[in-house]
Design a protein around this ligand. Sequence first.
Ligand SMILES: Nc1ncnc2c1ncn2[C@@H]1O[C@H](COP(=O)(O)OP(=O)(O)OP(=O)(O)O)[C@@H](O)[C@H]1O
Length: 364
Amino acid sequence: MPQQGTAVAIEGLEVGYGRTPVLDGIDLAIEPGSFVALLGASGCGKTTLLRSIAGFIEPRAGRILIGGRDVTGTGPERRGTAMMFQSYALWPHMSVARNIGYGLKLRGWPRADIARRVDEILALVEMSGFGGRSVTTLSGGQRQRVALGRALAVHPPVLLLDEPLSNLDAKIRLTMRHEIRALQRRIGFTAIHVTHDQEEAMVMADRLVILEAGRIVQDGRPEDVYRRPNSPTVASFLGADNVIEAEARRDGTDLVLILAGGIRARIAGTPSVEGPCLLHFRANAVTLAAREGRGDCLAIPGRIEQSSYPGGRYRYQVGTPVGRFFVDDAYRLDDGATVTIAIPAPSLHVFARPLPGVPATRAA
Ligand SMILES: Nc1ncnc2c1ncn2[C@@H]1O[C@H](COP(=O)(O)OP(=O)(O)OP(=O)(O)O)[C@@H](O)[C@H]1O
């Protein structure tokens, strides 16, 4: 659980490569013992931010403080951070034990203390008995456990995770997520995790920080960000990528949504927005009814164009007068069937439609 204070503070950070600016004024304070996931579209600057915290990249402006100490000009090895990479980055010519003890040896630990610590770490990452093995004889999951052990051996207050699970197969990946999270809770270090995988970020982190074009655009608890994305980009990024253009009119406390083809809905208690808007919804947040949807929902008539079964629920592509959408449903329906997409009001993310060149925001 997060504790009081600040483990990592980033103030006005600006980073660029050559003339190209990449991070544009990042401010972020991270509590000790918290697990933060940095998420965002490819190229938004997640890895650059992580590598700046690690000390591999020199910022153009701003400061980085770790445990209250300004480390902006300090080398990576003196920052109190350790990093775990996607590529494992293990020494292939060294045994598992020597890989894990490597950082301790660099720090001048006596041999007996290194051996004791390596044994502790092997037990921690469930690799006891593997100390003498060459890392080249290990599976991907075992290598990543060794990489985690090596990072944790030096007792870093802050662990930086650069997509460490993305090379692993799906099953090992799920196990490792839980193992890293459990260890982080038990030992209490602060973790900052870069990932492309939204679900991985949601299940591992206490806090999501979403970046877009080098800026933080949303920051909060995973369920809050997921339920209340503050822009169309964040909504789409977190899976609400079915989009409808509409016109919103306020009527008392209700919102009347007017769509093309004469489709209308009256919705209570949604954010106040007037005029042109975008409605985002997730495939798994709706039902397909054979009749008109009722109650506080938007009902859109359509026809099933294509179907597939990814497992658990059916996935349908539905053609409607206001666009083509993906929708999940528990029931098997035939291609060509007439349906109604019923989108409950709480599952509709309503944003003012941006004017050209102006970013959209969620209506307050
Ligand atoms: N060494 C470099 N030299 C020049 N440009 C770079 C360098 N590293 C990254 N960039 C550029 O900086 C931007 C941000 O890159 P970064 O790797 O931080 O993004 P990211 O969000 O981690 O992306 P991804 O999710 O694809 O890994 C990109 O436009 C990238 O092309």
